[in-house]
Design a protein around this ligand. Structure first.
Ligand SMILES: Nc1nc2c(ncn2[C@@H]2O[C@H](COP(=O)(O)OP(=O)(O)O)[C@@H](O)[C@H]2O)c(=O)[nH]1
Ligand SMILES: [Mg+2]
Length: 149
């Protein structure tokens, strides 16, 4: 099923110059970028994105890290996009993330772990709505679209 998901290239990747490398991996897999912007995320947006972690001891650190430099927010569309993106990004902890995944290849720690991606279709919808209006998610066809299934 064609799904939409939310992803965010985190500040550690932005300041290391890895935006292109990460986007390239998603594009090559056949995922379609339907929305993309580079932003400084507000405290309100960070709170909403990470609301499930509000009670965690690392919450404050997480919000301050995510606001420490710009991020790139992405709306991504594709066959089973939610689970495919989670597999591409890899495990949360850089030490456990498999080689070949974004985090396995590029991330340095459990907190500075390169990229975020929604973990369920429900969260994808909720997270997309924090950063994109419906009209900011664009419609177009990729030439290889019919090959991705
Ligand atoms: N500082 C700190 N940040 C953490 C820790 N665990 C998770 N995080 C951060 O919080 C984000 C959200 O955690 P989680 O939903 O469990 O992982 P994800 O869905 O794989 O990104 C992670 O991607 C990390 O950036 C921790 O123990 N310490
Ligand atoms: Mg998560």
């Amino acid at each position: 099923m064609i799904e939409r998901t939310f992803a965010m290239i985190k500040p550690d990747s932005v300041v290391r110059g890895l935006i292109g490398e990460i986007i390239q991996r998603l594009e090559r897999k056949g995922l379609k970028i339907v929305g993309m912007k580079m932003i400084q995320i507000s405290e309100g947006q960070a709170d909403r994105l990470y609301e499930v972690h509000k009670e965690k001891p690392f919450f404050k650190e997480l919000v301050s890290f995510i606001r420490s430099a710009p991020v790139v927010v992405l709306a991504i569309e594709g066959e089973s996009a939610v689970s495919v993106m989670r597999r591409i990004i890899g495990a949360t902890d850089s030490k456990e993330a498999m080689p070949g995944t974004v985090r396995g290849d590029l991330s340095c720690s459990k907190s500075m772990n390169a990229i975020h991606a929604s973990d369920s279709p429900e969260n994808a919808k909720r997270e997309l709505s924090i950063f994109f209006t419906e009209s900011e998610m664009l419609r177009y066809s990729r030439l290889d679209e019919s090959w991705v299934c």
